[in-house]
Structure formats: structure tokens, C-alpha cells
Design a protein around this ligand. Sequence first.
Ligand code: PMP
Length: 383
Amino acid sequence: MIYLDHHATTPCDARVVETMLPWMTEKFGNPHSDHAMGREASEAIEQALQTIADVIEAPVDSLIVTSGATESNNLAIRGACLHPRQKKRHIVSVATEHPAVLDVLEDMRRDGFRVTLVSVGADGTVDLDHIARVIDDDTAMVSVMWANNEIGTINPIELIAELCHDRGVLLHSDATQTLGRIPVNVIGSDVDLTSFSAHKAYGPKGIGILVAGNGNRRVRLRPQIVGGGQQHNLRSGTLNPAAIIGMAKAFQLCKEELAASTDRINALRAQLWNKLSQKITGLTLNGPALDSSLRLPGNLNFSVPGIEGETWLVATDDVAFSTGSACSNTKAEPSHVLRAIGLNESLARQSVRFGIGRHNTEDEISLAVDRLVMSYEEISPGR
Ligand code: PMP
């Protein structure tokens, strides 16, 4: 299988697995126990969190370990907006957010909140003027993703933070797709709440981080999971040393390898796009231009004339890619992101998404092109 679906998930790097293994076998102590084995695990977690804080440039005491970005988003939005001292009842977000934000907002509506979704431009960047216009005295939070998981658009997060803070509003950002693709600096960008997930960054699944605060503003959270009072009562439950240590190693590798991998990954993306568009006529690129700094390295999203992306995907052997967002594949609707950037329903249904990763090679891309062209010819209407 040629794996070209790195926005859905990434393989756990072998170096990450290696650092995790002892913490599942001989060093299995509960990090909340007071004996030596517990202390050993708890010290290793502390070190791992420091590594993570250094990589994302965030204060270490603002890190909350979660089960992934879905939980981080839930804790950020529900936690901050439902805190007893938060009296405001309006949240601003964007039409192109991941369901892990949009569905939380839908739930907040049922809890009596007003939600305004702002629009995006044709390249998927959020409309700053629209955000400025809809923030009002009752706005508690703005939530804008750092980078989009379907079309790879990178938002001007520092500008959005400035706009929010001028108006006294907290900013949450879902940064799930950033690590390993672009540099992230939580303090420098002045985002108040930032969500991360390890499995999108060559780490294990089921583990993530919410950064709650960057040192500049007080962020109060109402916990969403209560129990043993771990993590300063903000998220109870026994911490998973192996997963946290693996996440730290994965994040560290992402930072170390970023500069070397970016050009290579973008060259592979150019190879994939150029070859496919030579062999299949009428492909249309969705999202920012491929050479634009607004687009995540490795991300490719385009529409194919005359066939549904889903049909192409099913007909293609040995290549893993996706249509729209993998997380919304259970829903029959065409991608809400592509609709938001102005594609009509059929173009949205004709879309496919590729995400090239650290381990892909030129040979794999050539083979993938052959397979994709072969399956396209089998199902194309002109056949
Ligand atoms: N946000 C974005 C932008 C994502 O791409 C994803 C994963 N598809 C998530 C949130 C959910 O992350 P997790 O699987 O860690 O819950």
C-alpha cells in the first residue's frame, strides 16, 4: 500500500515506538503512585511535557494531556465557555473548521450559546474583517483552526490573536495539522488555547495536548472529565506514560526534521500533481496555489471531472488517499470545506485529498500515479 493520506493519520515513527516500549513493560508504575516506580514514571512525564513545551514554545504549566485533538477542542471550547465565571454567551468560529470544533459548537447552541460562523475566501483563509464585525460585547471566544485538514490553508493566526485580544476575547486554535509541517510558536502567536494530537505528527493514537494559556492572559477552564483530580483537577484519569513519552519524542522529531523534510515533501507533491494533470485532463486544484506559503506542505486537493472522488478511491488498488475529510466520510454530504470556498456540489463530490508524508519516496509517487491513472481510465465517463 502506498500511503498518501497523512492528514488522516501518520505512521508511528519507529524511534517513537522504541522510546515507548519500556514504559509499557518493565516501567509500568502508575505515575500518581508515591513509590519509586510511580515517581520514575512521573518524572519521565514531567520531562516529556517539558520537551513538548519547548517544541511548541508554550509554558509547560499550561499543558493538559488529553486523548487527542477532539478532546482538546471539547475541553477548550466547553471548558472555557462553561466556566461559572464566564458570563458571555456568544462564540465566533469559521465555516471550514473540523467537525471536532463544529459539532462542539452545535452542542453549545443546545446549551443556549449563540454561534456565528464566519466565511472564508476562495483559498480558504478566514475573513478577518468578518471576524471583527461579528465580535460583540457578549463574545466569549473565537475559535479558528491554525491550518485546514482538507485544503491545507494556513490561517494568519497572529493577526487573529491581535484582533481578539483588542476586543477582550479569548482565541482557541485547533493546531492539529501543523506539527511536522510548519513551525508552531504558541507564546509568540499569543493564542490562548491550542489543540494538538500526537497521531498526526508520527506519534501514537489516543493522546494529545491542550495548551490552556500562554502566560499573557488568565484562562479558566471548567473540567469536562472529573474523577481522581489529576492534572490540577482539569482532566482526571491516570496519565499514560508510554503515550506521553512517545508524543514528546514524535513532536521533537517533527521539529528536528521539519526543515529537511519540507522541500522534499513539496517536491513529491509537485511530482504527483504535475504527472496526474498531464495524464488526466481537466483536474482543478482546490485551495491555495501549491507554491503558496498559505498552503501546508504535502497537502494536495483537487476535483476530477466526471467522476466522484469516492468512486475513484474505491476503484484504486494499493493507494491510500481520501475524499474530503476522512473524519466525515460516514456522512453523505460533500465536503463542507469545499462548499465554503465556493465549489458547487458536484465539484465538491469530485474531490480527492492527498497528504504526503515524511516517509514517502519518488518511486512511490510514480507508482501511485500509474495506479491512479489506471483506475481513472477504468471508471471515467469517456471510456
Ligand atoms: N482537528 C483537525 C483539524 C483534524 O484534522 C483532526 C483529525 N482528523 C481532529 C481535529 C481530530 O483529532 P483526533 O483524531 O486526535 O481526535
